[in-house]
Design a protein around this ligand. Structure first.
Ligand code: SAM
Length: 291
């Protein structure tokens, strides 16, 4: 199934004919390098069995590449001015649906299963930078996507793929690790590949979600409280950071005891713990805290 083809020339002509001006607040930096959407679509691994949710199709550069590979593409765009342009571009693409809406206001699991029933769900997008973290949080939490392949600011990509002990490693890294079996950077993208050019470099990352839960729902909430607390005071030791959050019930010895029971030094800092250590520690602390 062929999608519409969009080139730099076509973009410029479209913009001129419709008097379109870019919205900075909506993160409108459109891809004008045709290789990047192709590469993103190819490396995402989507095929005819897949229903792809695209967030922010813009002028359809990625939508077009996706429509050539995926079974179906649902492209949700907030900017009403772009909808008629997109509908014109994809009028002949039977596997593309353009929907006007704010992705942050959707019931995402229901949306994809209503619009693309009985498919394997994936996300591919060049995300608006201002909402990258909240969008990724709702996409990952929805629990319906096998993979999430997105372009983000390079700095955010580094945080997501960071290793314990590095300065980029934080509570969001642990959140992504908790829900995924793998998060990796696929390639970097220069500002010249966009119109208008952003001030920052970008990276394409892929997150392969984990089908099984690691903890029960209640323990999960507590787990995220522990990880947020651990990174809440980066200069403090883990013991002191946890005392600041749970000191109403837990004493220093309880916390130090739990950290040691995980095989860790009581003076360790939170950013040194990997996912498994956080899971073990939060389970032990919850046992004492919940008494
Ligand atoms: N996919 C296009 C490309 O790669 O050329 C455009 C990407 S541009 C970085 C981000 C797009 O997301 C814009 O078209 C913008 O209007 C749209 N957008 C911003 N906030 C949105 C939201 N909350 N829901 C849906 N789309 C949104």
């Amino acid at each position: 199934m062929g999608g519409a083809d969009i080139s730099v020339k076509a973009i410029r002509e479209l913009l001129a004919s419709r008097g379109f001006s870019f919205s900075k607040s909506l993160g409108q930096n459109f891809l004008v390098d045709a290789d990047i959407p192709e590469k993103l679509a190819r490396l995402s691994g989507v095929d005819q069995s897949c229903g792809v949710l695209e967030i922010g199709p813009g002028l359809g550069a990625l939508t077009s590449a996706l429509s050539r590979r995926a079974g179906q593409v649902l492209a949700v765009e907030i900017d009403k001015r772009l909808i008629p342009i997109l509908r014109d571009l994809f009028t002949e693409s039977v596997n593309v649906e353009i929907m006007q809406g704010d992705i942050m206001r959707q019931d995402i699991a229901k949306l994809v299963s209503d619009k693309m029933p009985d498919m394997r769900y994936h996300v591919c997008a060049n995300l608006p930078y201002s909402i990258t973290t909240p969008v990724l949080t709702v996409l990952i939490s929805s629990g319906v996507f096998e993979t999430i392949t997105v372009m983000t600011q390079k700095e955010v990509a580094r945080r997501i793929c960071a290793q314990p002990g590095s300065s980029e490693y934080g509570a969001f890294t642990v959140f992504v690790n908790y829900h995924s079996s793998e998060a990796e950077t696929l390639f970097d993208v220069n500002p010249e590949c966009f119109l208008p050019r952003p001030e920052v470099f970008s990276s394409v990352i892929t997150i392969r979600t984990r089908p099984e839960r690691l903890l029960d729902a209640e323990d999960e909430l507590f787990f995220f409280r522990v990880t947020r607390a651990a990174f809440g005071h980066r200069r403090k030791t883990l013991t002191n950071a946890l005392r600041a959050a749970f000191g109403d019930i837990l004493g220093k010895t309880d916390i130090e005891g739990s950290i040691r029971e995980c095989g860790l030094d009581a003076h360790i800092r939170g950013e040194m713990l990997d996912l498994e250590e956080f899971v073990r520690l939060s389970t032990l602390i919850r046992r004492i805290y919940g008494k």
